[in-house]
Design a protein around this ligand. Sequence first.
Ligand SMILES: [Zn+2]
Ligand SMILES: [Zn+2]
Length: 294
Amino acid sequence: MKITYYGVRGSCPCSSDEHRRYGGNTSCVLVEAVGEPPLILDMGTGMRALGVDLAGRCAEPGAPLGANVLLSHLHYDHVLGLPFFGPMHDVGSTLDIYGPAQDGSSLHDVLASAVQPPFFPVGIVDFKGSVRFHDLSDPVDFQLGGLCVTVRSVPHFERTLGYRIEFEGEVLTYLSDHQAPADGDTVDDNVVELCRDADLVIHDAQYTEEAFRNRPDWGHSTASYAVKVAQAAGARRVDLFHYDPSLTDDVIDELLSAAGDLAAGGEHPVEVRAAAEGTCVTLGVVERVGRSRV
Ligand SMILES: [Zn+2]
Ligand SMILES: [Zn+2]
């Protein structure tokens, strides 16, 4: 699988010279597996540039696109890119969105209520492409083409899902928003199950240690806890993700360095990286790509 980061930020998008290296768009990740349609993890503001890139790959301008989405939860930073995803304004395009079932309402109704006037000029039903919704009641495992998807709830707010994606022996785990426990030590059983022996875990690293002490119940983790999760589950690599907008590039560098030291001191070797907008990971190989289009 090849993973490309289009948005790595949490809470709200941000832009400044101090956010340039890691990027300011909110959660959106492209997963490509040979022979499979594009798989999109979350629909944050990075989804706009993703739409541009995917449209550019089509044989002809405006050719229809088919893609799947795994949505962790419905907070703004994970859905705001949907109305700006260009391919949905092309006739024949289809987007299948899998996400957490909502109490008393369908996923469709909840998202449609957020994408309509007066919040946006048109509603989802007015898109030229077709958006199909699939409500997930966890725990559930299902097959998405050739991908095996494991779905479990994880501690955060409202119903939040973590995903384990397996393809031809490779394992990717996506945990964008994850509340670390107060003791900073225990790891939720569902989280261990999702991350067990994963090649790559993409994990919430919203807060510095100091920020977490001030906001211990705001739904997120630190870089050190992300390492702890990877170690507890025997994962091979963890990518820090979902940075608070207050984290500048230099601060993220420091968090990465400290997390790397922590990982190096553990019994189980874990590689630690910091996800950056416009970079790719091919499981087992890291390559940097041009940032011009992202
Ligand atoms: Zn978030
Ligand atoms: Zn959230």
